[in-house]
Design a protein around this ligand. Sequence first.
Ligand code: SAH
Length: 344
Amino acid sequence: MDIKSMTLPELQEEMAAIGEKSFRAKQLYEWIHVRQARSFDEMTNLSVALRERCRERYDLTTLQVVRMQESKLDGTRKYLFELKDGNLVESVFMRYKHGNSVCISSQVGCKMGCRFCASTLDGWERNLTPAEMLDQIYAITQDTKERVSNVVVMGTGEPLDNYDNLLRFISLLTDENGLHISQRNVTVSTCGIVPKMYELAEEKLQITLALSLHATTDEKRRRLMPIANKYGMKELMDACRNYADKTGRRLTFEYSLVGGVNDTKEDAEELIGLAAPLGSHVNLIPVNPIKERDFVQSNHAAIAAFQKRLEKGGINVTIRREMGRDIDGACGQLRRRHMEEQSE
Ligand code: SAH
């Protein structure tokens, strides 16, 4: 049994089931999620006998750091972690004025196939458990000895394709008895799995949902993102509207600017048409070129003009700072490079 993925009420039931006092659950939970113990042996206020029982019954996952690269430009740190089964995932630690942010992976590999993304090149291996998502944050907190205040589920994988584990992860992460990160400081990024966006809306969470839009017409979006063949633009926008209505939260549209593909005046005008009625914030990402594809970044003038047009159209827009450009900052690049080096 994966004890780190259990909620406090579940752990209380579990303690009752094995004949332990209920307050033991709270102690265990605190060791796991607040003190972030890496073994039962560290839990010194539990009896040796109980620690032994826990070791026999439960699995306490931990991650091993395989590589860590720190950007000389902005202090961003990129971690490559090894999971218990030998699979690799990557996470990023970023320092901002408003606090530290960790970007986590939700799956080993990805099956979504977005053309510009390195995470999907080797396909999908498996889902991450709630514990393995938490572990990325806990391992980084321990390594940096700094508090993490924001979590973005924007690393490798499609979080809404690992829906149940994602919800459990969010509930553990934001639990007042655990790390207690505010829901408002959690962002989940999706390529647009429409039925799951409806389901998520019903949860009425205060998290930010970011939609990877990247194009404004079905035709253009299909060229960049295979998921657009499954869900058309109209369906997608209806799902966004429903999400905003049900949760009262504005969505963010992520829009990676690819030179000559989606960065024209017409693209900007169409994007205004989509974002304005929803009050969506637009986050422009100069595409981070990966060597396996020939997409190029829009030039600076095109990016600036695109931003200006959106602003004129009344859109709240930011350009994502390219953090960690010198350390394989783009999704999936570090893992992929490491695996290539290992197989040489
Ligand atoms: N599967 C989720 C989350 C992971 S990707 C999603 O699609 O949203 C996180 C964001 O980075 C997405 O907006 C994705 O489209 C974008 N992205 C991936 N590779 C990129 C690259 N090389 N350059 C720019 N943006 C990229």
